[in-house]
Design a protein around this ligand. Sequence first.
Ligand code: ADP
Ligand code: NI
Length: 214
Amino acid sequence: MVIKQAELFVQEQLGSDKSGHDWWHIDRVRKMALELAGLEGADPFVCELAALLHDVADEKLNESKEAGLEKVDSWLSEHLNGEQDEPVISHIRSIISTMSYNGGSNPPMTTLEGKVVQDADRLDAIGAIGIARAFAYGGSKGRSMHEPGKDFTGISYRSEDNTTVHHFYEKLLKLKDLMNTEHARRLAQNRHLVMERFLEQFYKEWEAVDGRDA
Ligand code: ADP
Ligand code: NI
């Protein structure tokens, strides 16, 4: 069946990627997309397939975004039934191309399924898993966890020099306000609190003052 084939295709495409696009990220996004689809009344098939394929077109894994989208396109037309599934193919393609724009400059998602999959992807960047992913990513790029006094804006002309703690302020703590669906917003609030508590404790441990107010 198509979902199983998509899983195999994605596993083969992502290989052993360690930049945050590993198979388990995809699997978590798929599970969350299905959860949100059920709660929001979105089409589960479109959500699951778009979630599975959402990172195949990522620029980091392809020569260009166009080349990545081309790969997704040909997979979809080979594995779905041409004419009958044409609306599904173009829907999934449009979700993936909108999601893969970086830097917050992407146009808003127009369909419920797009909103669901984008929320599921963003939820995986926050909370306990989001914290773990950020430090794993930072480590893979050789970045410092934290440089006191230098984590906040204006610290560096080269974004590659930024710390992982900086990434929380630059992106992760902003995501809770960018959720599209009601249920994702609720989950995001809790995950946001987890990150706030984490940072609070992190700074206390850094200064060895965490014992003082116990
Ligand atoms: P996705 O395509 O899944 O939305 P990204 O490619 O933007 O995610 O990032 C993958 C993971 O790496 C995310 O968890 C993200 O927070 C993390 N990440 C991206 N950039 C940085 C950074 N500069 N510092 C730390 N973590 C980062
Ligand atoms: Ni992703």
